[in-house]
Design a protein around this ligand. Structure first.
Ligand SMILES: Cc1ncc(COP(=O)(O)O)c(C=O)c1O
Length: 396
C-alpha cells in the first residue's frame, strides 16, 4: 500500500479525530522510520515520546518475543511473573512502594484520581473530593482525566464533565494556596507541561507544591506520563525538584511504545486501593511488562540518563544557535533533557509539515510550539541533522 492509498483509506474508515500527516509509517529502526513509499525520516519524536530506546530496540524486542512464547495474558485473579518483576523494578527505582498497572496515561491518571479519593475516604475525610489542577495541563481524554486537563478546547461539546476539578495558573504558588483547602483530595500536576507547549515549572514551584500539600493534608499526584522514564535526564522529572510525590503516573515510554500505564504510590496511599475498588483486564499484561523490564534494564546498562542529559544540552545549544540565526522566527527554546520545545513567532503546523517533507519528524505541542522528544540514544550527528532541517524548513 502506498502513502496515497493509506491516506485515502484512513480518511474513509477512521473517525476523523486526528490531524494526520499524509504518510503511513511501515518500519522503524533506532531513530529512523520509513513510510509506505520507502522514504526515510529522522524521528525526533520517538513515536510520541514513547520509543525512548528508539524503534525496535533489540533488547525490548527479545524480551517481548520471549514472553510471547510463554504466556500472553491471564486474569488478574492470579499473579503473572513479569508484572511482579516490573512492579519490583519500579519500586526499586522510585519513592513508591505500591504499583497498579493499566494500559495508558489517561487510565493511570484515572487510577490516581480514584486512589486519592479512596485514600481520604479510608482515612475518615470523605469530604475531600476536589482535585486542583493547572491551566494548560494535559492529563488524557477519558472523562476524569479530561476534567483534570486545563485546556478547554479539548472539552468542547463533551460535557458535562465530572465535577470537583479546580484549575489554577501553572507555576504560581499564590493561587494554589488559595485553592487547596479542607475539601482538596489532591493536587495533580505535570513537572513540565508537555502537550501544553513544553512549559517547565519554575524553580522551587514543585517543592512549594509538596510543602503546601503536606500543610493542608492533600496528596500530590505527579503526572510523569510524558516526563518519566528518563526523558528529562533523570528517571523521573521530580527527582530534579528534590521532593517526591504521593502518587505518580507513568505510561508512554514505559514499554518503549507498547501499550502500558502504571500508577505508583507510597505505602500509605497505595493500600487504600482495597480489593474490588479498581481493576483493568489488560493491566499488568505479561508481554508489555516483560518489555518494560527490558527498557529499565537497558536505561541502566547503556547509561542512557547521562546520555540524555548530554544530548539534551547539545539539542538545546543547536536550537538556541538557530534562534539567533533566523532573526525573529523563533521566540523561545525551552525544556529539559530530551523534551524540548521551540516556540515560533507564527503558527508551527506549516513548519512541521515542511520538516516532514524534508525528512524530519517532530510535532506540535500547542499552536506555536514544535516539540522535540527523540530517543534517549540520539546522536550528536542526528541532532545536527535535525537542526539543519529545521533551519531549511524555517526558510520556507
Ligand atoms: C502528561 C500526560 N498525561 C497523560 C497523557 C495521556 O496519555 P494517553 O494518551 O496514553 O492516555 C499524556 C499524553 O500525551 C500526557 O502527556
Amino acid at each position: 500500500m502506498t502513502n496515497e492509498k493509506a491516506v485515502e483509506l484512513g480518511r474513509r474508515v477512521l473517525t476523523p479525530n486526528y490531524k494526520q500527516q499524509p504518510i503511513a509509517l511501515v518500519r522503524g529502526e533506532g531513530t529512523r522510520v520509513w513510510d509506505a513509499d520507502g522514504r526515510r525520516y529522522l524521528d525526533m519524536l520517538a513515536g510520541i515520546a514513547t520509543c525512548a530506546l528508539g524503534h525496535c530496540h533489540p533488547a525490548v524486542l527479545a524480551a517481548a518475543q520471549a514472553q510471547l512464547h510463554r504466556i500472553w495474558h491471564a486474569s488478574n485473579g492470579v499473579y503473572t511473573l513479569p508484572s511482579l518483576q516490573l512492579a519490583e523494578a519500579l519500586v526499586r527505582r522510585s519513592f513508591a512502594k505500591r504499583v497498579f498497572f493499566c494500559n495508558s496515561g489517561a487510565e493511570a491518571n484515572e487510577a490516581a484520581l480514584k486512589l486519592a479519593r479512596r485514600f481520604h475516604f479510608a482515612n475518615g475525610a470523605p469530604e475531600r473530593v476536589e482535585v486542583v489542577c493547572a491551566n494548560g495541563s494535559f492529563h488524557g481524554r477519558t472523562l476524569g482525566a479530561l476534567a483534570a486537563t486545563g485546556q478547554p478546547k479539548y472539552q468542547q461539546g463533551i460535557g458535562p464533565l465530572p465535577p470537583a476539578f479546580v484549575h489554577v495558573p501553572f507555576g504560581d504558588l499564590a493561587p494554589l494556596r488559595a485553592a487547596v483547602g479542607p475539601k482538596t483530595a489532591a493536587v495533580l500536576l505535570e513537572i513540565i507541561q508537555g502537550e501544553g507547549g513544553v512549559r517547565v515549572a519554575p524553580p522551587g514551584y514543585i517543592a512549594g507544591v509538596r510543602r503546601l500539600c503536606d500543610e493542608r493534608g492533600a496528596l500530590w499526584i505527579a503526572d510523569e506520563v510524558q516526563t518519566g522514564m528518563g526523558r528529562t535526564g533523570t528517571l523521573w522529572a521530580h527527582e530534579q525538584e528534590g521532593v517526591t510525590p504521593d502518587i505518580m503516573t507513568v505510561a508512554k515510554a514505559l514499554a518503549n511504545g507498547l501499550p502500558i500505564g502504571a500508577m505508583l504510590a507510597t505505602e500509605k496511599a497505595g493500600v487504600a486501593l482495597t480489593p474490588g475498588t479498581h481493576a483493568s483486564t489488560f493491566g499488568g499484561n505479561p508481554v508489555t511488562c516483560a518489555a518494560a523490564i527490558a527498557v529499565l534494564e537497558t536505561i541502566d546498562r547503556e547509561g542512557l540518563l547521562p546520555a540524555c542529559r548530554e544530548a539534551g544540552e547539545h539539542l538545546k545549544a543547536r536550537l538556541i544557535d538557530l534562534k539567533e540565526r533566523v532573526g525573529g522566527r523563533i521566540a523561545d527554546v525551552r525544556g529539559r533533557g530530551l523534551l524540548v520545545g521551540v516556540e515560533l513567532t507564527s503558527e508551527a503546523a506549516p513548519v512541521i509539515a515542511r520538516c516532514r517533507e524534508l525528512g524530519l519528524i517532530v510535532n506540535l505541542a500547542s499552536e506555536k510550539v514544535i516539540r522535540f522528544a527523540p530517543a534517549l540514544l540520539v546522536t550528536r550527528a542526528e541532532i545536527d541533522e535535525a537542526a539543519s532541517i529545521l533551519a531549511r524548513a524555517l526558510e520556507g
